[in-house]
Design a protein around this ligand. Structure first.
Ligand code: NAP
Length: 284
């Protein structure tokens, strides 16, 4: 219940009408009984006025979404190590007059693998796509683990740019890039394949970025598209008896990690909170 002690947290972006973030955050707040309310705001080219105004409103923190994840850096006093490498921020915290910046997007994906006890050490990972989400995931996985990452994209140049950026930040790790159309999956070496393209999502529900053919039986398939819950890509992988990871897990975990930053605490059982949100999200 909202009362005189309730404080605000929220999301700023450009078109936040359909976001699931308020549902996820408010459900988590309810589960752990925190007296906060999470709201989404479209700020329409007024990032400057909004951030400067919010500084004086006793707000704990905000999520930042498209198209402000890079621009917001100009207002931040301290970036953490990962967001500084990525040059992208999805979470800010107002802390004793300072604004601190973080990025929990890729870490949320990392948590969704850890949740399933997927070992990432020295594994061969294939990322399909080279947009903002691919960037978050590639940086977070490289930051956390020692794996080899290949990135393929329809626009070859974007995969190349991302790989060059990764190489300059993680000098001891291996990254390769290719055009998705050049991908040869015969006797594929990959242990984990991640779809970060928007193929599979409305209005492309009947599309999949690659055919599930030529992979090791142990290869794990992940999709970060979460609407529909089970994409064609995941359906095809499931048919071939591969382990699959749903995109909704990343979305929930990036939110819970943001709450850990704002509230300076660790959920006792983060998986249990995630399951609680997931159950209600599905029936919603
Ligand atoms: P983005 O920056 O716009 O990147 C889109 C990616 O999809 C690019 O790699 C793009 O390739 C590729 N793509 C788009 N249409 C394609 C097509 N017809 N054929 C082949 N590739 C195509 O978007 P984003 O922020 O990375 O988001 C990507 C997807 O992830 C979206 O569906 C989004 O909803 C989802 N997402 C999920 C989460 C989560 O928490 N689960 C978080 C963030 C995003 P080109 O570069 O060649 O155009």
């Amino acid at each position: 219940m909202i009362d005189d002690k309730t404080r605000l947290i929220g999301l700023i972006g450009e078109d936040t009408r359909k976001t699931s973030s308020p549902f996820i955050h408010n459900k988590a707040l309810e589960i752990v009984a925190k007296n906060y309310a999470y709201l989404a705001f479209d700020v329409k080219d007024n990032l400057d006025k909004v951030i400067n105004g919010l500084k004086y409103m006793n707000i704990k923190g905000l999520n930042i979404t498209i198209p402000y994840k890079e621009e917001v850096i100009g207002y931040i006093d301290e970036l953490d190590e990962l967001s500084n490498m990525m040059k992208s921020v999805n979470t800010i915290k107002f802390d004793n007059g300072k604004i601190k910046g973080f990025n929990t997007d890729g870490l949320g994906f990392y948590m969704s693998l850890k949740d399933e006890d997927i070992d990432l050490k020295n594994k061969n990972i294939l990322i399909l796509g080279a947009g903002g989400a691919a960037r978050g995931i590639a940086f977070a996985l490289s930051f956390k683990e020692n794996s080899n990452i290949d990135i393929v994209n329809r626009n070859y140049k974007k995969a190349q740019d991302l790989v060059l950026d990764l190489r300059s930040n993680f000098k001891d790790k291996e990254f390769k890039f290719n055009a998705i159309s050049n991908l040869n999956l015969k006797n594929s070496k990959y242990d984990i394949v991640i779809n970060t393209t928007s193929l599979g999502m409305y209005p492309n529900e009947n599309k999949t970025p690659i055919l599930i053919d030529g992979f090791k039986s142990t290869c794990v398939f992940c999709d970060i598209v979460y609407k529909p819950h089970e994409t064609l890509f995941l359906k095809e992988a499931k048919k071939k008896n591969h382990k699959i990871i749903y995109g909704i897990n990343m979305l929930i975990y990036q939110a819970l990690l943001a709450q850990e930053i704002w509230f300076d605490y660790k959920f006792e059982d983060i998986n249990l909170v995630k399951e609680g949100i997931l159950k209600d999200l599905k029936s919603n």
